[in-house]
Ligand binder design. Sequence first.
Ligand code: PLP
Length: 401
Amino acid sequence: MSESEAITKGSRRTFLQLSAAATAAMAFRIATEASLAAEDRNTFHPGAVVIDANENPLGPCDLARKAIVDMAPQGGRYSYWLKEEFVRTFTTMEGLKPEYIRPFPGSSEPLHYSVLAFTSPTRSYVTADPGYEAGMRAAKFTGARIAKTALTKTYAHDVKAMLEAAPDAGLFYVCTPNNPTGTMTSHSDIEQLVAAKPKDSVVLVDEAYIHFSDGVSAIDLVKAGQDVIVLRTFSKIYGMAGIRCGVAIGRPDLLAKLESYGGWSAMPITAVAAATASLRHEHLVPERKQLNATIRQKTFDWLDRQGYSYTPSQSNCFMLDAKRPAKEVIDAMAARNVYIGRPWPVWPTHVRITVGTQPEMDAFQAAFDAVMKNSTTTGYAASPSLKTRRSYADGQSWPSA
Ligand code: PLP
């Protein structure tokens, strides 16, 4: 072999090794609402209204905050029993056996791992469009065909179309309430999907936003031994997106399959302590559900008066038809220091709005009104000290729960 051939072969081997490593690294890059929302920007001006990532401006409830502070001095220890206490609290409330749930630092991880575990080049990933994109990103890594189906006229997942779209399905992803529309898919539709799905496929029901709605959980299908995994997160109604706690609920054999991909690390003890305290808070869910519904309805009433259409959300987000290219509206709103959510290519004139506090929604209305009335917007005068997401959060004082 000549020297140049040896160099070529050597560099090809190095290249292949590097690209295999890059693929492996990519396989573990988990798409989250935070990363999806921040794809176009990561800085906010002081006083910004941030309603672009379905976060909860109330943050953790008072009991959870106290639990975090009380737990901090013990942060030098793994304290595994705290995770067990969390699992016991959750499973007792839901009437589940402890082996039917696995905690994770948020539900993005089990979502990603479910796609890795149950899809492949011969087992498709089936999702609604518009739907939450994270699973599609994961399916790209497994090489699965991604079957997207339109929502029904009532903005539910079209389970019949989902079944027809993928006789080779490995995973059906049903997000209810749906991100980004906030609309529901009924329990009976999910039952139909489970009854008619191809053998060995799994239905992943993402209930990240269920507490905001009147929806019925699919946990009963897990208890009935079906091929169903339910995801829950403490990032939404519980206001713990930055604290990180979520769970996967499923038959132990299904959960074991997720473990091949990750999730073995110790949970942050502040997260499990705060989640346990939140579960024990009697009024948190009903009070926050009511507050969100009231602010959402006031926003809808205003939009009705202005003649805009939007999805009939039961969640903390909805899609609003601006009847103009979405990107243009998003940029014009940002120029007025109001950061709204991203568009979905299938609905190019819709923008996603997160329901924030009442003052935030008042600011949203004023900015949206101005943007829609003026095609040219006034640029926001940048302060010399642009604030990052982190310093923005530090600098704000939200009302407590
Ligand atoms: N599922 C849906 C539908 C979401 O919108 C999100 C975040 O916004 C998640 C899962 C994951 O959230 P987290 O990882 O914060 O628990």
